[in-house]
Design a protein around this ligand. Structure first.
Ligand SMILES: O=P(O)(O)OC[C@H]1O[C@H](O)[C@H](O)[C@@H](O)[C@@H]1O
Length: 501
């Protein structure tokens, strides 16, 4: 009985390719306990041993980093215990405050080359959450790996109650300075203007009190940038200023205001664990979502003419037009950064895989979604163009209107309800009673997307990746077009009784 109950609780903390849960029981019951973190870290280490080549089978090293969350230090200690508990050859390295992409880099950087690494983070979620992401030199672990690790951890939980101290070795190590050096090198060679290529540039960094403060102090300032206007660089796991999320409108407004009030040339904003970023130019224009994709695509297509850019499914028609105008191909794939990256890996000449969420990965950088690396690319561009990022995306247009609606369906809805709704919508769009001016998109990898308003807009209905939700995105270049489209969609959805419209 106990085993089954535990398994359920381990299974519950899986969120796609991450582990996520409530780590601090302030408002909700704790779902990710220190003991679970210890067992999960042990399971990961045992798995590394099992899959290890050569002497790695007995000697396994695991680096652990964390973001600024209040539960980070305690969970880090527990994870360290779990790692050394896996056997005498197991070494655990506490890397302190770190970023998610840096944790991957620690598995491939000479002098470190850990067999695996763990990042303790729950990205932009509230302060009481925490979670784990896992890397090996091959990249981030996927959904199936996580399921397997959680099942193993449950077995450990059922057999041994307390860590036995398996004889491994714990120590602290410092990786972030090495990683910051790597990012500085990219800027120096990318700008090609000597050792202080950012001299004269005023750059505001907003780390949202997460792990991104190092970027201002250890990457930009040593290269000559004036970072005085930066904000929320100090780690604070209560996130007192704004949600550390470049997709969040309040967060974006905050950095736009900081750029304006300090007269900066550029703003950079990160999420808590720095796998996502967005940029603000000197005029206060936000380079996030479609515009950031356009900018990164322009950079990538200059270096790789005719290449394919893979994005998520909610990107705009204008983005496709822009990518094509620069000689590239746009593959509008699915939501979920892992989906986007994995798709890009399969395509020849695909330098860029990027989501509207701010997750962007480049083939040239190990297919790693690194918000700091993406910021580096944009900073190089800004330095080379004297701050003129608008010129980079010339011809790219934002829609006149855009909206996103997320509709829950109740717990009593039958299995596969989301798919049912999407299939119903497809039939509606392809049937005789399809609204005038509507035409289904040529390819739909996720949900059902339709061109509406005789090509002046589009609407996409899909199921959320993680939640029992139907998500509707619509855009229009005509005034009132979104309202008109959403009225038709809402009318269609009324037939689905489990939706809470
Ligand atoms: O399907 P949704 O509910 O919109 O969520 C999808 C999103 O979930 C998370 O935020 C992932 O990090 C994103 O990569 C993904 O696109």
């Amino acid at each position: 009985m106990r085993g089954a109950a535990c398994f359920m609780s381990y299974k519950r903390v899986q969120n796609g390719s991450d582990v996520r849960g409530v780590a601090l029981g302030k408002q909700e019951a704790v779902t990710l306990t220190p003991k679970m973190v210890r067992n999960i870290a042990k399971a990961f280490t045992l798995r590394l041993q099992r899959g290890g080549k050569g002497n790695k089978a007995s000697n396994v090293s695991v680096g652990i980093g964390r973001d600024s969350r209040v539960t980070g230090e305690e969970l880090c200690e527990e994870a360290m215990k779990g790692i050394v508990d896996a056997g005498p050859g197991c070494k655990a390295y506490d890397l302190g405050l770190a970023t998610t992409p840096a944790m991957f880099m620690s598995t491939i950087t000479p002098g470190f080359e850990y067999s695996g690494s763990i990042m303790l983070t729950a990205s932009h979620l509230p302060y009481d959450r925490n979670g784990m992401k896992f890397f090996t030199p091959e990249g981030g672990l996927g959904k199936a790996d996580i399921a397997e690790i959680l099942e193993m951890a449950e077995g450990i939980d059922g057999s041994v109650d307390e860590a036995s101290g398996g004889g491994g070795h714990k120590s602290a190590a410092s990786f972030m300075p090495t990683y910051a050096g790597f990012l500085r090198d990219q800027i120096v060679s990318g700008v090609g203007a000597g050792e202080m290529p950012l001299k004269g540039l005023k750059i505001v960094v907003d780390a949202g009190n997460g792990a991104g403060g190092f970027f201002a102090r250890d990457v930009l300032e040593p290269l000559g940038a004036d970072i005085a206007g930066s904000q929320f660089l100090e780690p604070d796991g209560m996130f007192p200023n704004h949600v550390p999320n470049p997709e969040n409108e309040e967060a974006m407004r905050s950095i736009q205001e900081a750029v304006a009030s300090t007269g900066a040339d550029l703003g950079v904003i990160f999420d808590t664990d720095v796998d996502r970023s967005a940029i603000v130019d000197s005029k206060g224009v936000a380079f996030n979502k479609n515009r950031l994709i356009a900018a990164m695509a322009a950079i990538s297509l200059r270096d790789k003419p005719g290449a394919t850019v893979v994005t998520d499914s909610v990107t705009s028609d204008a983005l496709t037009a822009f990518i094509e105008s620069r000689g590239g191909k746009h593959l509008r794939f699915k939501r979920g950064y892992k989906n986007v990256i994995e798709k890009g890996k399969q395509i020849e000449n695909c330098p860029l895989m990027i989501e509207t969420s701010g997750h962007g990965a480049m083939a040239e950088n190990h297919y790693l979604d690194d918000g700091a690396y993406m910021a580096v690319k944009m900073i190089i561009e800004a330095a080379r163009r004297n701050g003129d990022l608008a010129g980079l995306v010339e011809g790219f247009e934002e829609p006149l209107e855009a909206t996103e609606m997320r509709v829950k369906y109740s717990e009593s809805a039958p299995d596969g309800y989301g798919t049912l709704v999407v299939e119903g919508f497809q039939k509606f769009c392809e049937g005789d009673s399809a609204p005038e001016g509507w035409a289904s998109a040529d390819s739909n990898f996720e949900g059902w997307r339709v061109s509406v308003l005789n090509g002046e807009g589009w609407v996409l209905i899909r199921q959320s990746l993680h939640d029992p939700l139907i998500v509707i995105n619509a855009e229009s270049n005509m005034e009132g077009g979104v309202e008109q489209t959403m009225a038709i969609v809402t009318e269609f959805l009324k037939d689905y009784e489990f939706l809470t419209l």
